[in-house]
Ligand binder design. Sequence first.
Ligand code: GRF
Length: 214
Amino acid sequence: MSTKRIVVLISGSGSNLQALIDACTAGAIQGSIVAAISNRPQVYGLERARLAGIETQTLDHKNFADRAEFDQALMELIDSYQPDAVVLAGFMRILTANFVQHYSGKMLNIHPSLLPAYKGVHTHQRALDDQVKLHGATVHFVTAELDAGAVILQAEVPVLEGDTAEILAARVLIEEHKIYPQVLGWFCAERLSCKDGYAWLDGQRLLEPLKLKA
Ligand code: GRF
């Protein structure tokens, strides 16, 4: 089986990107990250990529007239790397249906909540406001509807007394760094795919999200 070509999209600090870089280096993912692309200039994630010898690109959405134009340019940039997997790692953009369709079955996202709970932003604060006991993160295939694609793997995190959104976010992030490399590893090993709106792992349709085992 060939080594998969991975393009990672970021908007910020890139700690998930780092976890993926480390997993590739360790051989836990049969793939190599061929580019890291940011829609925001000078974010730390780009520096992380450079330090790992990965090609970086910045495509600032502010330089485009509208979402469709930006997505078209982003698509052309991504496709120039001929990726097998497109990985959204803290990429803070809503994507057009056309873009999502183009990468159907090979685009993954990580979201800081136990989907379907808390789609969208400010997930940690919303979980605290609701006084839920359990929060976490989810890796899923991307579909046109925001944070609604086939769920693959989740990590659960307890909400503790005295938590602020920042404290809870940090606890969730630790788990994000475990589940994203795990899922990308399965995908690159051709154990994971997306068919008929469901995730399939080792020939089994996932009716429920898998949970990270401690
Ligand atoms: C993560 O919590 C991710 O789930 C969310 O944004 C954060 C990005 O963190 N979408 P990083 O840039 O990977 O450090």
